[in-house]
Design a protein around this ligand. Structure first.
Ligand code: NAD
Ligand code: MG
Length: 356
């Protein structure tokens, strides 16, 4: 496989699954954690390594190093591997996804921003999502019966139990205290604002087609997806909060061995469900509109990335992330007509949000 984003939360889990299933790693691509990358090189012996920054080249213990976005795209094109695992964070993941599709490779896609921003121009035929909710929906759909509604669950993020009036003062450290999952910084902030769940609804829409999609809070993150069938039955996908299960299925044709221990419901005792409220999660206001016009996801994604950058730099407060995204969504009302327009709109929206 080609693993993009190997030193991240998903990347590290993907390499554990690669070791467990004896999968060959042809390319490792990572950002700036060279210490961890060197350990991964030693263990997995890739043919090619890609790093983000030329300045790190001398620190990388490998004879065959490519650099930057161009290096990553060249590595995909030049590899015989049939599978690309895209575990990069943000819009930077879109070009590698498009390149992998152009090279006819199967894609295990953790980078949900590829679909959020470019979904209408991304062929999903060869994409297996690495996301617990989409894995859950896919799992439940196996005996195909007429569906009524697909529901994914949210933990509610770091602020689900905070008094509303304190939200405006929430710091980066506060936002990173996720109740159930250990993940990268950006997705943890997106979980606190509920942006992550909005993205996942779009991701589901592009993966599974038109239909009724919604999300609810399940505070333990043990149920990941539910399907209401026409006949009135509802099924739920339950598993412990670990990405190893979705990763194993995305990487391997058959998974017959134990990946996780089953959930012990008696030990769990009870589960709690809540509606997603717009006062706590202002971004939820545009859920219906965005699902009707999923092509406009690029606007929301670009605004969100630009606003998060300002939040991390302590230039704006936590609630302003959502408010600036909503402002950008109101300002940019067009949908891109082709992939070039996706990239243009992304740049324009970032510029707009940077000046807010
Ligand atoms: P992370 O921040 O932990 O890791 C990101 C990885 O990408 C790192 O290896 C980093 O070095 C690398 N990277 C980032 N920008 C790069 C660039 N321009 N060039 C080369 N490498 C670059 O993030 P994560 O939590 O692993 O999330 C990765 C993606 O998976 C995100 O899109 C996220 O939404 C999605 N996802 C994550 C989880 C999870 O449990 N962490 C679950 C579902 C989906
Ligand atoms: Mg998820």
């Amino acid at each position: 496989m080609i693993l993009l984003g190997s030193t991240g939360s998903i990347g590290v889990n993907a390499l554990q699954i690669a070791a467990q299933f004896h999968l060959d790693v042809d390319v490792l691509a990572a950002g700036r954690n060279i210490t961890l990358l060197n350990q991964q090189i030693q263990q997995h012996r890739p043919r090619v390594v890609v790093i983000a920054d030329e300045a790190d080249r001398h620190r990388v213990a490998h004879p065959n190093i490519l650099v930057g976005e161009a290096g990553m795209l060249d590595a995909i094109e030049g590899s015989d591997a049939t599978q690309v695992v895209n575990a990069i964070v943000g819009f930077a993941g879109l070009k590698p996804t498009l390149k992998a599709i152009a090279c006819n490779k199967a894609i295990a896609l953790a980078n949900k921003e590829s679909l959020v921003a470019g979904g209408s121009f991304v062929d999903t035929a060869n994409i297996q999502p690495i996301d617990s909710e989409h894995f859950g929906l896919w799992y439940l759909m196996q005996p195909s019966k007429p569906l009524r509604k697909m529901t994914i669950t949210a933990s509610g993020g770091a602020f689900r139990d905070w008094p509303l009036e304190r939200l405006k003062d929430a710091s980066l450290e506060d936002a990173l205290k996720h109740p159930n999952w250990s993940m990268g910084q950006k997705i943890t902030i997106d979980s606190a604002s509920m942006m992550n769940k909005l993205f996942e609804l779009l991701e589901a829409r592009w993966l599974f087609g038109e239909g009724e999609y919604d999300a609810i809070i399940e505070t333990r993150s043990l149920i990941h997806a539910l399907i209401d069938f026409q006949d009135g039955s509802t099924t739920a996908h339950m598993a412990h909060a670990s990405m190893q299960l979705p990763i194993a299925y995305a990487l391997c044709a058959t998974v017959d061995q134990t990946i996780l221990q089953p959930v012990d419901l008696v030990q769990v005792g009870s589960l709690e469900f809540r509606a997603i409220a717009c006062d706590r999660y202002p971004i939820w206001q545009i859920k219906e509109a965005l699902l009707k016009e999923p092509e406009r996801g690029v606007i929301v994604n670009a605004a969100n990335e630009a606003a998060i950058e300002k939040f991390v730099d302590k230039k704006i407060g936590f609630l302003e992330i959502s408010h600036q995204v909503l402002q950008a969504y109101d300002t940019f009302t067009t949908a891109p007509k082709n992939i070039d327009e996706v990239f243009l709109l992304d740049t324009e929206v970032r510029r707009y949000v940077a000046l807010l």
